[in-house]
Ligand binder design. Structure first.
Ligand SMILES: [Zn+2]
Length: 225
């Protein structure tokens, strides 16, 4: 199964020369960048953001350590040796998908393009994964400003992909981020909004050890015992 983070980056990152370095802004007009693959944030100002990673020599493209490890052979990257012994050399930061104190037992997966301000509602608690759209992006940024420690992940839907198949695809990545593999204890509840139970493949719940799945007004709720 194709990794959800792969979105045609080979167009500009195949055989690229990368340097591991402390984050620096490509332009003074913005304060952060995102990992080209998983969208994790790089910033020196935003609390909890990554402060180092791999970048193209012009600092335009940034890649987090985890994605670098996952994709370095596929993309045939070269790490610029002249920078490895330089003053900016840094030890790779440990891969921590969920920071200490953030072990959400509930994860909400939103597959509605116009979910927007509802993301700020107190009913949407725990970690949130939300489909990328102009409207959602606006409110995700707002939610992050209100609470920078809140784990919110935006993901793009591929061209021609239905929300139901995006749901099937993203659940795997989401599970990897929030199960025992990445956080302790692992999450117990997955609320899906915007896709109904009949539209997703049922085997996925078995494969990911969900023990109970119920339909809700806005989608469905899957639980692990
Ligand atoms: Zn990444």
């Amino acid at each position: 199964m194709e990794d959800w983070r792969l979105q045609g980056q080979e167009k500009y990152l195949q055989n690229a020369i990368l340097e591991r370095k402390r984050y620096q802004r490509y332009s003074q007009s913005w304060d952060h960048d995102h990992c080209e693959f998983c969208w994790k944030k790089f910033s020196l100002e935003v609390p909890g953001a990554l402060q180092a990673g791999y970048a193209t020599t012009d600092n335009v493209r940034w890649i987090c350590d985890a994605c670098f490890e996952d994709f370095k052979s596929r993309f045939n990257w070269t790490v610029n040796p002249s920078r490895q012994d330089g003053t900016e050399r840094m030890e790779p930061t440990p891969v921590q998908l969920v920071r200490a104190g953030e072990t959400p037992s509930r994860v909400v997966l939103v597959l509605e393009d116009d979910f927007g301000e509802k993301i700020l509602s107190s009913a949407i608690a725990g970690a949130v994964w939300v489909v990328d759209s102009e409207k959602n992006r606006l409110y995700v940024e707002k939610a992050r400003r209100l609470d920078p420690s809140r784990p919110i992940t935006r993901f793009p839907v591929r061209e021609g992909e239905s929300l139901a198949s995006a749901c099937d695809r993203i659940i795997w990545a989401l599970d990897e981020h929030h199960s025992e593999v990445s956080q302790n204890p692992g999450y117990r509840e997955l609320e899906v909004i915007g896709v109904s139970l009949s539209d997703v493949s049922r085997t996925i719940f078995q494969d990911l050890n969900f023990t109970r799945v119920v339909t809700t007004k806005t989608g469905f709720l899957a639980t692990k015992e």
